[in-house]
Write a protein that binds this ligand. Structure first.
Ligand SMILES: Nc1ncnc2c1ncn2[C@@H]1O[C@H](COP(=O)(O)OP(=O)(O)O)[C@@H](O)[C@H]1O
Ligand SMILES: [Mg+2]
Length: 377
């Protein structure tokens, strides 16, 4: 009897760390999720991804990664072949390298923010391996990550976004004066400069003058081939959590009160003084508007599982502008995404359970899709 129960446990692969500036944030998110995964229901395998992109398994992976003792861990791989898509550990032998099976995984739970975790690349591997996984697929992840394509998709769906222009790093380096001219054509300062594909405010500058703009473009160009310049808005920052696959639901909106001039990397992670207001003080009609835009944005990008949708609300006019969509938002037990659901009737472990259910539901939907085309006669 006991044996049966053990065999029925769902095998979860929790993947964290990663090759991004949000590596440490990811370890914190994973700590909270791991604590919330009920050992009666789940058998969890932790997979730590290093800054260099190596996958590591072993004893107490999270602790080892946090304390920089990754030498005690073993390299691991997930093969793309659906028939051999167990998690394997790579053992070095005298005769070469050998793959040793660690476990088969029923659901992969990627908790890597930003590069290679939130941008569709790891999701592509899960698709090839034909595994169930938490969160958005390749398209939703990639569109959510690309600040330029994302804004174009919003515009095509009638969802308001800020005025912006794209500048290629190569063009900026060859003709900086043309880049400055294109940026200044957006309107008066302040302007924001951003790498197109990044997060955690890394490489983002608020520019109040032409010399600032020049510096901002140089800074953003360090992190991406493509640079986005946006009109700066004097705004409140409102965030909505969305949950679901085919028919997603929206949480109550929350508000961030950044500790600095804007919600910069320092203000997000190092000062520890940015405040979250839950629920955000808003009119009823505004709440509905935020929730409607959040769900529409989510559906337009074909998201699944979860996303946090972030808005700017112009202080003077109360105009609502959609800023960005994060498909793997911060997930510690004090992060905005889960806290908004806790204010909307979920418990933290209940939310984690629901995400795993949604991963299995999405996999079942995918399994119904035919991949061969037969024509009679
Ligand atoms: N157009 C803008 N106007 C005013 N503030 C902005 C604008 N764009 C970004 N910001 C500020 O910069 C922060 C980070 O920008 P965001 O686009 O959310 O990038 P990230 O993906 O790094 O979080 C925002 O939370 C906000 O404080
Ligand atoms: Mg943001």
């Amino acid at each position: 009897m006991k044996q049966d129960m053990v065999e029925q446990k769902l095998r979860i692969g929790l993947i964290f760390g990663g090759r991004s500036a949000e590596h440490e944030v990811s370890l914190m998110s994973a700590t909270s999720v791991l604590a919330a995964l009920d050992p009666e229901k789940y058998e969890v395998t932790c997979i730590g991804v290093t800054h260099d992109g190596a996958w590591l398994v072993g004893e107490d992976v999270l602790e080892a990664m946090k304390t920089g003792r990754a030498q005690s861990l073993h390299p691991a791989v997930l093969l793309h072949d659906p028939a051999q898509s167990e998690l394997f550990c790579i053992r070095k032998q005298d005769t070469g390298r050998q793959l040793e099976m660690v476990t088969r995984l029923d659901v992969l739970f990627p908790l890597i923010h930003g590069t290679n975790g939130e941008d569709g690349t790891i999701q592509g591997l899960f698709e090839l391996a034909d595994r169930a996984y938490v969160g958005s697929g390749v398209v939703g992840s990639a569109v959510g990550m690309d600040k330029v394509v994302f804004k174009d998709v919003m515009r095509a769906n009638g969802i308001p976004v800020v005025r912006s222009t794209l500048i290629l790093r190569q063009d900026f380096e060859h003709r900086p004066e043309a880049a400055i001219e294109a940026a200044e054509a957006l309107g008066p300062y302040p302007l924001f400069t951003k790498p197109v594909n990044l997060g955690s405010s890394v490489g983002i500058s608020k520019c109040v003058s032409r010399s600032d703009l020049m510096e901002g473009l140089i800074e953003a160009a360090r992190y991406d081939r493509r640079i986005l310049v946006e009109q700066g808005i004097d705004a409140r920052e409102i965030e909505v959590s969305v949950l679901g696959n085919e028919h997603p639901i929206a949480s109550v909106p929350g508000e961030v009160l950044p500790s600095r001039e804007f919600y910069s990397y320092e203000s997000k992670y190092t000062d520890g003084t940015s405040e979250l207001l839950i629920p955000a003080p808003l009119e009823e009609e505004e709440v509905r508007q935020f929730q409607d835009f959040a769900v529409r944005a989510y559906e337009a990008c074909d998201c699944a599982g979860l996303a946090r949708v972030d808005f700017l609300m112009e202080k003077r006019s109360r105009r609502i502008i959609l800023n960005e969509l994060n498909t793997i938002p911060g997930f510690t037990n004090i992060s905005m995404y889960p806290k908004l659901w806790m204010a909307s009737g979920f418990t933290y472990p209940g939310l984690v359970d629901r995400l795993i259910e949604l991963a299995l539901e999405r996999k079942a939907q995918r399994d119904r899709t035919e991949h061969r085309f037969w024509r009679d006669g």
